[in-house]
Design a protein around this ligand. Structure first.
Ligand SMILES: [Fe+2]
Ligand SMILES: [Fe+2]
Length: 285
């Protein structure tokens, strides 16, 4: 496998040296459920006639659970990342790469601790089995993708999709709880370094692949992309019920067919799809 860009990793590690521990830096005491946790246009039911009939309390509670869903996705993706990257730690690695991996592991562990603390601090009910990772993507994330282009492609997708959403939330500070905006900001700052590193590794791996081998990545890429996007932007039926709506399955089906939400999701994904197209790949949802 082509060696990593050590100058880039050295620079990224230097930028990570002053560690911002989310548990110490975030204003946890301020976190409560009195306001919206997401801007309303981000909600999966927004735009439907039925949404307009919901009480302000239910709309707010839905925003809490839709952000809890985002955090559950984060915990899942970060768990897969922590497992895969920790297995790559090896005495044979260039020291610069080894050091960068340790920074990434520290930062991702911090994000997962941040999500767990936010869920606990919110006081929101979240039964242990309320959220489940999509099976095929979960298997792929844990086992199927070894090192090389497929591994780095999965990393880029798993980091870029949530990152674009976090950037959107940050861009609407008046519409979200300040602690939630802080959580998204802290994540975006760390993720910029992780994405830069993963993209550089992906680019190096793709340069070594002839066109037909690049094309062979497309089915796995699209499967992963579809499953991550679905689970990220469409909460489980149970979450609608936890938010105070009856018949969660019905509301989830309504959300899945909500043209306003589909348009919102397409807008958030556009930069990720453009980036993948720029690599000569053919992303399709
Ligand atoms: Fe993260
Ligand atoms: Fe990351």
């Amino acid at each position: 496998m082509r060696s990593p860009d050590l100058a880039l990793l050295r620079q990224l590690s230097a930028n990570s040296e002053i560690y911002r521990d989310p548990l110490a830096h975030i204003d946890w005491h301020a976190l409560d459920c009195s306001g919206f946790w997401l801007p309303e246009p981000a909600l999966s039911l927004y735009g439907l006639a039925e949404y307009a009939t919901l009480s302000a309390d239910v709309k707010r509670r839905l925003s809490h659970y839709e952000f809890v869903n985002v955090m559950c996705c984060g915990l899942w993706l970060e768990r897969a990342f922590l497992q895969r990257v920790s297995r790559r730690l090896d005495a044979q690695l260039p020291r610069v790469e080894y050091e960068f991996f340790l920074h990434e592991l520290r930062e991702e562990a911090g994000h997962s601790l941040m999500f767990l603390k936010a869920i606990r601090a919110s006081g929101l009910a979240l039964p242990e089995d309320a959220w489940q990772a999509p099976r095929l993507a979960n298997w792929l994330a844990r086992h199927a993708l070894a090192a090389g282009a497929a591994f780095w492609l999965a990393m880029v997708i798993g980091e870029d999709v949530p990152d674009k959403f976090n950037r959107y939330v940050r861009s609407e500070p008046a519409a979200v709880h300040p602690t939630i905006a802080q959580i998204c900001t802290l994540h975006v700052i760390d993720e910029a370094r992780h994405i830069a590193a993963a993209r550089s590794r992906l680019e190096a791996a793709l340069r070594q692949r002839p066109g037909w081998r690049r094309a062979a990545l497309t089915p796995v890429m699209n499967l992963l992309l579809r499953q991550i996007v679905e689970v990220f932007y469409l909460p489980p039926a149970r979450f609608y019920e936890l938010a105070g709506l009856t018949h969660g399955r019905w509301w989830r089906a309504m959300a899945a067919n909500n043209a306003t939400h589909r348009h919102f999701v397409a807008q958030q994904l556009a930069p990720t799809l453009r980036m993948l197209e720029g690599y000569g790949l053919k992303p399709k949802l």
